[in-house]
Design a protein around this ligand. Structure first.
Ligand code: NDP
Length: 448
């Protein structure tokens, strides 16, 4: 059987077993499309059916989450955890609370997480979970009651050596705190079972900043391959949550100018740049007052673009940092037409396959989410190490480790792309470098 026959048969089976799960199928297809040359070179992966095994989660958990709102009404949400692959370490990956959450979304995220975690060089398997609960517009007490109910079930399935969840969309420090408190109460253990904790009870410095900083560090490595730097580059950023905020901060530090932010209602365009003072306003707006990005436009007198994404803004570099499939084929065309030469994905799978195809065809610098946003989970890994050591590293120490990890993520992806005959193609490089590590560990561990 040729490698392509193996891949096509495996993908057909995935389609049959997961019919209608479009995001999951999209993520699987992207990885499998990269693996032909790997299977040609490693028939042992074919014999051991690594492809058929890796696309099937080791365990999937789905549960009811009942809670009471402030008016005393009973509410029911759905909770999930997909424990995808533990070949390299305990399952690791975030929890997402958003009304759009489905099994398909979490399976795509959990599947990508396997390869992303492998790229960090840290001992972490892949998983993802969450709920269709919407924290927006809920009181702190409602969020607490929901988190406590969610953890009452989840705590049976996780643990510091089994599965260590973190935050994602809709899950920040507040939610991690409520869930950690409930885990501790139910299990009578103070342990590193979640990452993204507050600094005064086991969190790591730089974890909050890590995904955004890491994405810019990776982009900097990409620029270096063309002897360029961020100095003077105009950058379009989407989202205005955790990843977007610290992407803007690091871009400012490296001499670039970030000119946009967005949320699910619209985007702002600030041609003068979102400087440190304006960014402080965004942090207060989004993390404390939990308001809408439109208030930025009102406050600073810049353009608010109702219902629009930032991709028609002229820029040198784009940092999609909101959600999946937020750059479609048309957006990609517009970005390229306006001279954009670098796209680094802070969000997971923000570019549709039609967009990715154009970025690769035009040979711009394109850093896929698996590589570009690996800094978040990498620093979660560093938080786990500190918890195990019962030590806290300094800000500089964690930042330096994060920076070195992102350099390594880029190097491995770049080298794998070159080795397999597609120099500069980091989609292929990241998929292959991540996959081979996990596949080798699966071979070593036998048929499990
Ligand atoms: P936050 O919840 O802090 O912020 C998410 C931002 O994206 C908000 O501005 C939100 O706007 C916007 N957004 C969410 N859903 C949509 C949508 N359907 N359409 C348009 N805008 C939307 O999340 P993070 O910043 O943590 O996560 C952003 C992305 O980065 C996600 O893809 C996540 O998986 C990825 N990521 C995050 C990591 C982390 O460490 N936090 C690590 C690796 C990847 P609104 O408030 O209106 O919903």
């Amino acid at each position: 059987m040729t490698a392509n026959t193996v891949i096509n048969a495996a993908y057909e089976q995935v389609q049959k077993r997961n019919s209608g799960e479009l995001e999951f199928l999209q993520a699987v297809k992207e990885v499998l499309d990269s693996l032909g040359p790997v299977l040609e070179k490693h028939p042992e992966y074919v014999d051991a059916k690594i492809i058929d095994r890796i696309v099937e989660p080791e365990r999937q958990i789905m549960f009811r989450v009942p809670w009471q709102d402030d008016k005393g009404n009973v509410q029911i949400n759905r909770g999930f955890r997909f424990e995808f692959n533990s070949a390299l370490g305990p399952y690791k990956g975030g929890l997402r609370f958003h009304p759009t959450v489905t099994a398909s979304i979490l399976k795509f995220l959990g599947f990508e997480q396997i390869f992303k975690n492998a790229l960090t060089t840290l001992p972490m398997g892949g998983g993802k979970g969450g709920s269709d609960f919407d924290p927006k517009g809920k009181s702190d007490n409602e969020v607490m009651r929901f988190c406590q109910s969610f953890m009452t079930e989840l705590c049976r399935h996780i643990g510091p050596d089994t599965d260590v969840p973190a935050g994602d969309i809709g899950v920040g420090g507040r939610e991690i705190g409520f869930m950690f408190g409930q885990y501790k109460r139910l299990r009578n253990e103070f342990t590193g079972v979640l990452t993204g904790k507050a600094l005064n009870w086991g969190g790591s410095l730089i974890r909050t900043e890590a995904t955004g900083y890491g994405c810019v560090y990776l982009a900097e490595e990409m620029l270096k391959t063309r002897n360029e730097s961020f100095e003077g580059k105009i950058c379009a950023v989407s989202g205005s949550g955790n990843v977007a905020q610290y992407t803007v901060e690091k871009l400012n530090q490296l001499g670039a100018k970030a000119v946009s932010l967005s949320d699910s209602s619209g985007s702002i365009y600030d041609p003068d740049g979102i400087d440190a003072e304006k960014l402080a306003f965004v942090l207060e707006l989004k993390n404390i007052r939990r308001g809408r990005i439109k208030e930025y436009a009102d406050k600073f007198g810049v353009e608010y673009r109702q219902g629009k994404r930032p991709w028609d803004i002229k820029c040198d570099c784009a940092f999609p940092s909101a959600t999946q499939n937020e750059i479609d084929g048309e957006d990609a065309k517009t970005l390229l037409k306006n001279g954009c030469t670098l796209v680094a994905e802070g969000a997971n799978m923000p570019s549709t396959p039609e967009a990715v195809e154009q970025f690769l065809a035009q040979k711009i610098l394109y850093g896929p989410g698996k590589a570009a946003n690996a800094g978040g989970v990498a620093t979660s890994g560093l938080e786990m190490s500190q918890n195990s050591l019962r030590l806290s590293w300094t800000r500089e120490e964690v930042d330096e480790r994060l920076h070195n990890i992102m350099i390594a993520v880029h190097q491995q992806s770049y080298d794998a792309a070159e080795e397999y005959g597609q120099p500069g193609n980091l989609v292929m490089g990241a998929n292959i470098a991540g996959f081979t590590k996990v596949a080798d560990a699966m071979l070593d561990q036998g048929l499990v």
